[in-house]
Design a binder for this molecule. Sequence first.
Ligand code: ZN
Ligand code: ZN
Length: 250
Amino acid sequence: MKQFRTDLHIHTVLSPCGDLEMSPSNIVSIARNRGLDIIGITDHNSTKQCELVWKLGRSSGLTVIPGCEMTSREEVHCLGLFEDFDAMRMFQSFLDQHLIVIPNKPLLFGYQLVVDEDENIMEEVVNYLGASLDVSIEEIEQKVHELSGIFIPAHIDRPRNSLFSQLGFFPPELKVDALQISKNTDEAAIRKEFRISEEITVVKFSDAHFPDDLGKIFTIFEMESPSFGEIRKALHGVDGRKILIPSPSP
Ligand SMILES: [Zn+2]
Ligand SMILES: [Zn+2]
C-alpha cells in the first residue's frame, strides 16, 4: 500500500471566483511542486476545463480526476468526481440542462474562461456558473451515482452553501461517498456537532481558488495505486485502503 497526497476540490480560471492565475498549466506545475499526487478539478457547475488539466497532469506524473462542484436548488455545494470523460460529458449535459440561466457579469462576478495550455482564451462562458441548478441535492446525488461517480457534499461546516447551513440536517436518503470539511475544522468536533456516523469518511481538501492555497491542505489516501477505483475503495475503507487527515501545521 502506498500513500498519495490528494486534493479533490480545486477551482480553475473557469470558476467566476477562481483567480486568473489558476490556469491548467499553472495548477499542474504548482501541484507537482508542492508534492500533490492526485488532484480533482471541480469548477462551479461546469467540467469544461477538466480535460486539459488531465492531459497536462498525465505528461507530468500527476493524476487528475475530472469533476465539478454543483450548486443544488437548495444552494448546497457538492462535489461530483468521474472515472472517465464519457461519464463527465454525460454529466456536463445534465448541467447544461439544469443550470438556471443568468447571464454572467464578468466585472461583478468574475471572468469564466476556458483556456488552452498556453493560456490563450478558447471560450468565455456566458451563463453565470455561480447560479444554482434547478434540481435537489438528492437528484444530483442520484445522477452522479448513475454515472458511477463519487459524490461528496462540500465544506459541510461552512455557514453558507453547506449541507447543514441550507438543510439543517443530513437527509437520510442521501448516499454520500464522504463529507468534506474545511481546513481549520476539527474532525471529531464536527462529527459530534452534526452527529456524523463513524461509517462515513470525512476528508479535507483545499477548495483552492488561488495558487497560494494549492497544496496547503490535502488528505492522504493509502491505497495500491492512484486510480479512480482505488480512490472509491479508500473512501469506503475497503480491503485495507484508508484515509488519513494530516494534523494542521503549526
Ligand atoms: Zn463551495
Ligand atoms: Zn469550491
